[in-house]
Design a protein around this ligand. Sequence first.
Ligand SMILES: [Zn+2]
Ligand SMILES: [Zn+2]
Length: 307
Amino acid sequence: MAPPGFPVRRVVALGVPMLFSVLLQACVTSPFDSAESDDTTLRQLDTCSSSFGDGVPAFYTTYFRCVDVSVDGDDLVLASTDLPPHPSPYYETASENWEAWDDRGGEYHQNPNTLTAQAFVLRIPSAPVAKGIVVTEDMRDLTMLTSLDEFPGGTIGIALDGVSLYNATAAPGDDIREEQYTFDTWSAHPSPDGAYHHHSPNPGGLAVLEANGLVSTHVPGEAEIELYGIACDGTVVLGCTELDGGAVATEELDAQGGHVGDLRGADGTLHFAARYHTHMCAAIDADAFTPEIQYYNRCTVSSAVAP
Ligand SMILES: [Zn+2]
Ligand SMILES: [Zn+2]
């Protein structure tokens, strides 16, 4: 007969490393980890997770998916993993969302980066304060670090589908007009740190409007309403139409396609009164890119360490 207690000691001896392993798991699990970043799960608009906290304005609940939005004091807080809810050759090949590169007649080439989950958080002021600047051609030069009024590098906004928006400049020494040939068919590419992002009109934002029954196509330039996202300072990024689908008063636009006006939805809801917004639209400006100059006085983006 085995001495009493022996089996118990065995269990304890095995239990210690198991406990350490569980603790270790707990330490490396971030709130951003979820099934949606699982390589074996196809990420799409219908399966990505979204959440809207108490008091979040209708602008966000109406037009956004794949983001977590909450109110904190006078700020709207938007958090996203930045993983696009559609296929991309920039996903790692093991991902269900990976697809082969489309060179579009040889014009486009893939950059060497792979997109990875991020954990960025934007704090957008509910009542942004204008700096009082007028955006001129000199300021809008598509070149980084040439004006104190430029948006910072990296993520400066969030698209309707949770993908990051960068400003209209490439890294120093690069040219965004050339770099755009590394965009995938959704008009985005990842930076060296894996952050997938847009600089230009793209089907991703319009696909959310289409999924929400607001437009019938996600082809940029052809949708009945073109909204792409919002920047950290409160600048709204539109396309070839106003938010209600109305025509853009192009004669009013500044050098980055911006002007101030009320933004109403097609149902008449006033989402923003006298709000600066830009129109990135190839039919208005051949250089149809995201804003480069920060109109309002605050941009707060934190990029937590990628999970
Ligand atoms: Zn880029
Ligand atoms: Zn407008």
